[in-house]
Design a protein around this ligand. Structure first.
Ligand SMILES: *[C@@H]1O[C@H](CO)[C@@H](O)[C@H](O)[C@H]1NC(C)=O
Ligand SMILES: *[C@@H]1O[C@H](CO)[C@@H](O)[C@H](O)[C@H]1NC(C)=O
Ligand SMILES: *[C@@H]1O[C@H](CO)[C@@H](O)[C@H](O)[C@H]1NC(C)=O
Ligand SMILES: *[C@@H]1O[C@H](CO)[C@@H](O)[C@H](O)[C@H]1NC(C)=O
Ligand SMILES: *[C@@H]1O[C@H](CO)[C@@H](O)[C@H](O)[C@H]1NC(C)=O
Ligand SMILES: *[C@@H]1O[C@H](CO)[C@@H](O)[C@H](O)[C@H]1NC(C)=O
Ligand SMILES: *[C@@H]1O[C@H](CO)[C@@H](O)[C@H](O)[C@H]1NC(C)=O
Ligand SMILES: *[C@@H]1O[C@H](CO)[C@@H](O)[C@H](O)[C@H]1NC(C)=O
Ligand SMILES: *[C@@H]1O[C@H](CO)[C@@H](O)[C@H](O)[C@H]1NC(C)=O
Ligand SMILES: *[C@@H]1O[C@H](CO)[C@@H](O)[C@H](O)[C@H]1NC(C)=O
Length: 476
């Protein structure tokens, strides 16, 4: 994946990703998908062809085919009355031959019962990435890190558990496993599993910290019941959408304490969406997320009309995507930053449903429990540092005893923050499992890191993506 594909938040990198003038072309000639898209209102021939290239690329990155066809994602018929945190289905040994996970690691997948935005029990999916040589705690169990991924899309096909590189690859889960942690990673509600036991559609409540936090705690509980070798203690780590999830986990822990929770690391966590959109002082603020946020809100509030927020062109584009269920790659082509202002109405977020959603789901200004480390690049074009500083400030003003520590990385953008901060998060996780207390510093105390070398000469964005190997000569 290029950095552009790692998160649609990266669509905000509008200065570097302008919509291609020339039609997109496929880089390889062996896509495992050959869908075509016909032009239609709102989608001219060039765009239709571009969407197809992106769609075939992302479909070629599926390890186990479409989630709509993979029986694993079908919920057992007796699941509807299962209590939250229960295991609904377990695939102990996932066949890794079509994944691009690191050599020596292993994969399991499972379905578990979680709780949605409105408090109803719902099924969801998750993966476990296993190290060859796990660390062990004093009681002989393997330490668990609950991992919350960044934006992959809002339809079922965006589930990391069916993507060859698990979506966040060496950004986080591969590193954790190679360092001896067992990674438990929910796909999030609505990604992977899209129908409940009764066949009713489940939508993804994109950016709802409360719902994502439920997914983290309940997937860990279900994984622990499936594998007694897993530690009761766990640390939460998330980036971007997952940074919101991790912060949400710390807020949830203040309300509903869970034994074994050791703390959260929230990287590039965006902040309170309303504050971020209003704070930008622009009528089209956040337009890049218009379709995904609008769809998430419509999934929660059935009386919400998408026309409130989207233009006719925006609705036409959304309709195409609903039809093809495009996610990460398609999003960047179908809803490019350069076009986004044409796709949403002015102040598209100013409606009662968004306000209600944001009230419940926002991070910052709410109590948190346990220690929290926040990681943030000061040159983050997708989740600007102001949103993070404001969320910390609100939290520390209202709850000054909160254990929040911030580490800033000068010059560093959104996804690269996870690379620049790798030692910090690994050390922090190690310290929590070792039972070390966090430093008793004031709430929101900040460290500010610089690059050892003049950062202008460093690799500032990923210049590669992971590709599946099909021929013996494909080495290095
Ligand atoms: C087709 O649509 C794209 C995306 O809106 C636009 O950039 C491009 O100029 C259009 N091409 C033509 C020939 O109208
Ligand atoms: C291509 O996709 C099909 C259907 O999803 C799947 O069965 C097959 O294993 C895939 N092949 C490769 C090389 O990914
Ligand atoms: C779930 O519980 C309800 C009421 O307790 C019962 O009517 C229903 O049959 C149960 N469903 C399943 C699938 O067990
Ligand atoms: C559903 O049925 C399976 C197989 O009979 C059983 O193992 C499982 O415990 C049941 N699950 C629930 C939630 O009742
Ligand atoms: C995994 O799937 C591949 C391709 O279908 C098959 O050749 C291989 O035997 C399977 N591996 C195991 C361990 O079952
Ligand atoms: C969720 O709750 C809201 C009120 O808080 C309600 O308007 C909405 O209909 C509920 N959605 C679903 C899917 O039950
Ligand atoms: C959101 O919360 C604020 C402050 O608690 C409250 O005044 C407002 O009515 C809430 N808005 C909605 C739509 O729930
Ligand atoms: C923090 O919030 C307070 C009031 O809520 C405000 O006066 C102060 O300027 C804020 N500080 C920063 C650094 O944003
Ligand atoms: C942290 O320090 C403050 C004052 O500096 C003190 O009041 C508080 O009790 C200390 N907390 C812990 C957990 O040691
Ligand atoms: C970090 O330090 C640099 C100076 O080295 C300063 O310009 C910058 O504002 C600091 N960042 C923050 C978030 O305070």
């Amino acid at each position: 994946m290029t950095h552009q594909l790692l998160s649609i938040f990266c669509a905000l990198l509008s200065s570097t990703i302008t919509h291609a003038q020339a039609p997109l072309t496929a880089k390889c000639n062996d896509f495992n998908s050959s869908a075509t898209i016909s032009p239609r209102p709102g989608v001219n021939a060039t765009l239709a062809s571009d969407i197809a290239v992106a769609l075939n690329f992302e479909r070629s990155n599926w390890a186990t085919g479409s989630v709509a066809e993979d029986l694993f994602y079908q919920v057992p018929s007796n699941a509807s009355n299962a209590t939250a945190g229960s295991l609904l289905k377990l695939e102990v040994h996932t066949n890794t031959s079509l994944y691009t996970i690191p050599p020596t690691t292993a994969l399991s997948r499972f379905l578990f019962q979680t709780v949605d935005f409105n408090g109803s029990a719902q099924p969801a999916s998750a993966y476990i990435l296993w190290p060859y040589s796990p660390r062990t705690l004093a009681d002989g169990t393997f330490p668990v890190v609950a991992f919350a991924h960044g934006t992959s899309g809002i339809y079922g096909e965006a589930a990391p558990s069916h993507i060859r590189n698990l979506w966040y690859h060496f950004i986080t889960p591969f590193i954790l496993a190679l360092q001896g942690y067992v990674v438990v990673a929910p796909d999030y509600l609505g990604l992977g599993v899209t129908k409940d036991a009764a066949g009713k559609h489940i939508s993804h409540p994109y950016l709802a910290s409360t719902s994502h936090a439920n997914d983290l705690f309940y997937s860990v509980q279900a994984a622990q019941s499936a594998f007694p070798k897993l530690s009761k203690q766990f640390v939460v780590l998330g980036h971007s959408q997952g940074g919101i999830a991790a912060w949400g986990a710390a807020q949830r822990q203040a309300e509903t304490p869970v034994e074994g929770y050791l703390g959260s690391i929230a990287a590039s966590p965006v902040g309170n969406l309303l504050d971020v959109f209003e704070g930008a002082g622009e009528p089209k603020s956040g337009a890049q997320f218009g379709n995904v946020i609008v769809d998430a809100i419509a999934g929660i509030y059935p009386d919400f009309n998408r026309e409130t927020s989207l233009t006719t062109l925006g609705l036409q584009r959304l309709q195409v995507n609903q039809e093809i269920q495009g996610v990460q790659s398609v999003q960047l082509v179908l809803w490019p930053a350069s076009d986004a202002a044409l796709l949403v109405k002015d102040y598209w977020w100013r409606n009662d449903q968004f306000y209600a959603f944001n009230n419940v789901s926002s991070i910052g200004g709410k109590p948190i429990a346990g220690p929290m480390l926040v990681l943030q690049g000061d040159s983050d074009t997708a989740a600007p540092i102001q949103g993070t500083l404001s969320a910390i400030n609100k939290t520390c003003t209202l709850y000054p005893n909160s254990q929040v520590e911030l580490q800033v990385y000068q010059g560093v953008d959104h996804v690269p923050t996870m690379y620049a901060s790798q030692q910090s998060w690994l050390r922090w996780i190690e310290d929590r499992f070792a039972g070390k207390a966090v430093k008793n510093t004031s709430c929101g105390s900040m460290g500010n890191s610089t690059s050892a070398m003049d950062y202008r000469f460093s690799q500032q964005q990923p210049s590669w993506y992971l590709e599946y190997r099909t021929q013996d000569y494909e080495t290095a």
